[in-house]
Design a binder for this molecule. Structure first.
Ligand SMILES: NC(=O)c1ccc[n+]([C@@H]2O[C@H](COP(=O)([O-])OP(=O)(O)OC[C@H]3O[C@@H](n4cnc5c(N)ncnc54)[C@H](OP(=O)(O)O)[C@@H]3O)[C@@H](O)[C@H]2O)c1
Length: 333
């Protein structure tokens, strides 16, 4: 890796929508440099490199991973390819920031984490929500007991689509479905506030392609709390999150994963609006955190720990087993 005083050198793997948004934010960070991009095709890599002024463009993931002047690779493929792309980069000795959901299933997540641990490399799920100012402030408020004992979490994330049958949101081969793409946010939110549930109940309306279109989940906690979570890809929802406790509640949203303010209601008091602005598109915060970890020699981020990703993937697997979504090549969920 480049020395502490130098910029961290990023490689971007895949050239789709989120790769462009993330790269835009990365280019605003003074201690980051985007030095290379890798795509399935040379033309795709070159077009992305031209668009963002990236010096090196590779028509294969391996060439990107083998570039000695790349410190960390950001993986932004469809879900189904996260594992193969991240594994290839770790095996080539690269640190990795990998898009959400971390992988298709828990088994893949465990394999990646073992590999990172064995090779002493940094690995982080790009669950940007957990690094964003609003989420961090909300967790402080909750953990300080400002709204008492937490009794419930509500969160929704629906988008209207529509998506063509071959779109990655609908294609089982690409890990389609609302749960892995959108539901991962409400699940991660509830997990961050309440931890691992003791009971999970879920139901989904399915698409003709056999993935979940609209999904509801109830998580139960024996200590006396509940989470009610929904996601979907054919409707319009507020995309809010609400944490309720014995003495108040805190609300995030719309776009609870990236609001610029949160509302704190405490019984008998006026609502406080707390400003927690995000920078750029809100994706630079996870990059800042990844670079802080690299400079401090950490292999995992305390904001998005390996155990967090393991537990969220465990929950996603459990929900998928209940709603009957499995992906090609999976022996079991
Ligand atoms: N954090 C966020 O807010 C956020 C938002 C949106 C998406 N995401 C995540 O980011 C990932 C990508 O989403 P996206 O919306 O950017 O998708 P996208 O626009 O379809 O782009 C995905 C890119 O991956 C590559 N690719 C396409 N099909 C592939 C395949 N079959 N195998 C391997 N690579 C393939 C392509 O790049 P090349 O042609 O260069 O190979 C494509 O441009 C998803 O896992 C999603 O969950 C995160």
């Amino acid at each position: 890796m480049s020395s502490m005083a130098e910029k961290i050198r990023w490689g971007v793997l895949a050239t789709g929508g989120i790769a462009a948004t993330f790269t835009t934010d990365l280019l605003t960070l003074p201690d980051a440099e985007v030095v290379a991009v890798g795509s399935r095709t040379p033309a795709g890599a070159q077009a992305f490199a031209d668009r963002f002024g990236i010096p090196r463009a590779y028509g294969s993931w391996q060439e990107l991973a083998d570039d000695p002047e790349v410190d960390i690779v950001y993986v932004a493929t469809p879900h189904n390819a996260h594992f193969a792309a991240a594994e290839l980069c770790l095996r080539a000795g690269k640190h990795v920031l990998c898009e959400k959901p971390f992988t298709i299933n828990l088994a893949e997540t465990l394999t990646l984490i073992d590999l990172a641990r064995e090779r002493e490399l940094f690995l982080m799920e790009a669950m940007w929500m957990r690094t964003n100012p609003a989420m961090r402030r909300m967790l402080e408020i909750v953990n300080e007991g400002q709204i008492g004992e937490i009794k419930s979490v509500h969160a929704d994330f629906h988008i209207p689509g529509p998506f063509a049958p071959e779109h990655r949101m609908r294609d089982p081969k690409l890990g389609g479905g609302a749960l892995l793409d959108l539901g991962v946010y409400p699940v991660t939110f509830a997990h961050a506030v309440l931890g691992m549930p003791d009971a999970v109940t879920s139901w989904a309306a399915m698409t003709p392609e056999g993935v979940d279109e609209t999904t509801g989940m109830v998580f139960g906690y024996d200590y006396g709390a509940v989470a009610a979570l929904t996601c979907g890809m054919t409707s319009v929802s507020p995309v809010n999150a609400l944490v309720s406790g014995t003495t108040g509640h805190v609300e995030l949203g719309p776009l609870f994963f990236r609001p610029d303010a949160i509302r704190l209601h405490r019984a008998g008091e006026q609502t406080q609006v707390i400003d927690v602005p995000y920078a750029g598109n809100g994706m630079g915060h996870e990059a800042v955190e990844a670079m802080r970890c690299l400079r401090e020699g950490l292999t995992e981020s305390p904001l998005v720990t390996w155990q967090d990703s393991i537990e969220v993937m465990t929950l996603l697997d459990r929900v998928r087993a209940q709603i009957g979504v499995s992906y090609p090549g999976e022996e079991h969920v």
